[in-house]
Write a protein that binds this ligand. Structure first.
Ligand SMILES: [Zn+2]
Length: 453
């Protein structure tokens, strides 16, 4: 069980109430420019009204479907925001169900306030064709909980040789293409992918890693890697690929989205490319703006990820990039691994950590440190990722789909990996005292997660 008083309910087991009122919370809706105390009325899965506190009392309203029995969520003291959109998640199914399934991943998502996830293509089989895309969507529908938006592969089998058939995957429901986990090494293939994806208005999401510079490396290259005697990945292993792809974007147009940006040089390149007017966006993960490479000091394999935890200067650059909007989105790169893949020598351990359930408190930490304000945090976690993917979420406008998170920014809790909803336990934040938790998560107007006190 995730938590003694936390309840996760699949949409399929609990039908949406005709109406539901979220009363008295601080509503922050960056897309609509709203920040203040409001009541939010949800009807038939959509937001039907937003009004001054007390103005939407169900007993006073003679709306069809409304009555004194209309459920009311008391959100006083809490934040009401558009549900988070995590645009970088590894759900592991099909093929690696021992790490995570679509169902456990989606449950972990809503436990973290995430109402939509975009899932990467490095499953087995790879999501490089319509049949796999359809399989994922079907499984997600059965699981309930969060919305799932599949990302198709750039290349067949992620092999980096032949381009996948984007058109048939678009018809089946993909929202982006990416070989994430693997860099697209062949520059000609990358150029063609940008051009081809442009025809379908798809962003190409890139995992920037120069294989020559990063081959056999397990952490960031710097003083710490020298001290630990571990082979390091230089920042240039990321930035040379970002430079290449921005050059290719300049000539081929299209839309480029840089996954898990982690080094100062890359952030600066994106800043300049945006100033030039190129259609480039970027995301950063909570671990890259909270931790630096000193977290590896104890050879903790849960601090091993790609790109690696970088220097203090890089962490500061990522924070500045998030603050000024150079980095659009916060995404987790949620990457579950089985215990046996992490309880081993550092050199042999798998790359990646789970992130869905810690994204909110770690992002709130940036707010507490004064790097960004709450509005920008929600912009980065809901509005902008939704825009990059073109999925029409990230809004609390009247008429919008009622994907809503109600969270307590002050709730203190201690992370126990064993209590998480995700199937794997690979987190470097085990035992951390965290602040901030989703109290209610609504997907399509249904409460799918409740952790009320
Ligand atoms: Zn990833």
């Amino acid at each position: 069980m995730p938590n003694s008083n936390a309840i996760a309910t699949s949409r399929n087991t609990r039908p949406a109430p005709a109406a539901l009122l979220i009363r008295g919370g601080r509503v922050i809706d960056p897309a609509g420019g709203r920040d203040g105390r409001y009541d939010v009325l949800v009807e038939n899965g959509r937001i039907s009204a937003i009004g001054e506190p007390g103005s939407l009392d169900p007993a006073q309203l003679a709306m069809p479907g409304m009555s004194e029995e209309t459920p009311v969520l008391d959100a006083s003291g809490l934040i009401v925001a558009p549900g988070f959109v995590d645009m970088h998640v590894h759900l592991r199914e099909p093929g690696f169900e021992y790490k995570e399934t679509i169902e456990t991943g989606c449950r972990a998502a809503v436990a973290g306030g995430v109402t939509s996830v975009a899932c990467m293509a490095n499953t087995d089989p790879v999501n490089d064709n319509a049949a796999v895309t359809q399989y994922i969507l079907e499984k997600a529908r059965k699981a309930g909980f969060a919305n799932v938006f599949p990302i198709g592969a750039v290349s067949v089998g992620l092999a980096g040789e032949r381009m996948a058939e984007f058109g048939e995957m678009v018809e089946a429901g993909i929202v982006a293409v990416s070989d994430d986990g693997m860099p697209v090494v062949d520059s000609a293939l990358m150029r063609r992918a940008l051009e081809y994806a442009r025809m379908f208005h798809l962003p190409v999401i890139v995992h920037e890693e120069d294989p020559g510079l990063c081959c056999g490396a397990v952490m960031h290259e710097g003083g710490m890697s020298v001290r630990l005697g571990l082979k390091g990945m230089p920042s240039a292993g990321e930035s040379v690929m970002v430079a290449r792809d921005i050059e290719l974007l300049r000539t081929s147009k299209g839309r480029l989205h840089i996954a898990h940006i982690s080094c100062a040089e890359a952030v600066e390149m994106v800043r300049r490319a945006k100033a030039e007017g190129l259609d480039v966006t970027a995301e950063a993960t909570p671990h890259h703006f909270i931790l630096d490479d000193t977290a590896v000091e104890s050879y903790n394999t849960n601090a091993k990820m790609k790109p690696p935890l970088r220097s203090v200067g890089d962490v500061e650059a990522v924070r500045r990039g998030l603050a000024d909007g150079t980095i659009d989105a916060i995404a987790t790169d949620h990457a579950p691994h089985h215990r046996d893949e992490k309880v081993c020598e550092f050199d042999k351990a798998a790359f990646g950590i789970v992130g869905l359930e810690t994204m909110l408190p770690l992002s709130l930490e940036l707010v507490r440190r004064g790097c960004i304000d709450l509005g920008r945090m929600i912009d980065a976690m809901s509005v902008r990722p939704s825009r990059v993917l073109g999925i029409g979420r990230g809004s609390l406008a009247v008429g919008a789909v009622a994907d809503i998170v109600v969270f307590d920014p002050e709730r203190e809790w201690t992370l126990h990996a064993d209590a998480m909803a995700t199937k794997s336990r690979n987190t470097p934040f085990e035992g951390w005292k965290l602040k901030g938790k989703a109290v209610w998560t609504l997907v399509g107007g249904t409460v799918v997660w409740e952790d009320a006190r």
